[in-house]
Ligand binder design. Sequence first.
Ligand SMILES: [Zn+2]
Length: 259
Amino acid sequence: MGKRKANARLRHACNTLLMGILVCIVGVFGARMLGSGAPAAEGPGAEAAGAETPAHAYTVVVDAGHGGVDGGAVGSKTGVVEAGLNLTVAFAVRDALEAEGINVLMTRTDEDALADTKQGDMQARRKLMNTEGVDLVVSVHMNRFTDPSISGPMAFYMKGSAEGQRLAERVIASVCEAVGRPVRSANPGDYFVIRESPAPSVLVECGFLSNAEDEALLQTEAHQQKLARGIVEGILAYLAEGSGASASPGTALSESGER
Ligand SMILES: [Zn+2]
């Protein structure tokens, strides 16, 4: 109960960020109409039901946001481009997951997009997320907002997805801990990679390129490694709890709305 109230308070704070976050997210997920109609499936159990799933059997899709002509957000001070930072952190996440014996599928492994057109790029990402046996998806992004004082990581899950919410809460908690920030709640959203994934999916905004301190930190290898470690610890915590661990009334934070 107390936690829920705290969450509600955080939601107020976070709501004010949502418009700014759209700068980043709409850029990538402008093609979201593309997949409209596909309902968000629930739970890692769907594919893996009854499977023995020891740790080495897990498969995780790691999505480095943007790529190609779509660079994403740009750093206010240095002009650093989001797409490159996403890829660096995504590689660190991949390496740490593989060190845990987890299979990793990367949506991209270089600076290019997955196709010549935005639509083609999104279709390719969706196809990979729909690979049989995928247990969860993590999408790596950097944030931007009009108020340069706003900083720190955030995580989004598909609103209404209890499993996505549980995953996002584990990930944001461990990311905040890894970088020494107060823990934020995960936020519900409705974006391409979290909606089009049949497996639970979390979109991680590692920090704000509109905040000078974040912008500098996000370009250091030490901070990138902390972020990756936090993301992986959150994923491991989620997997350790097993599928269906989310309590049924777990949509307290979701906005009511179109779905
Ligand atoms: Zn982005």
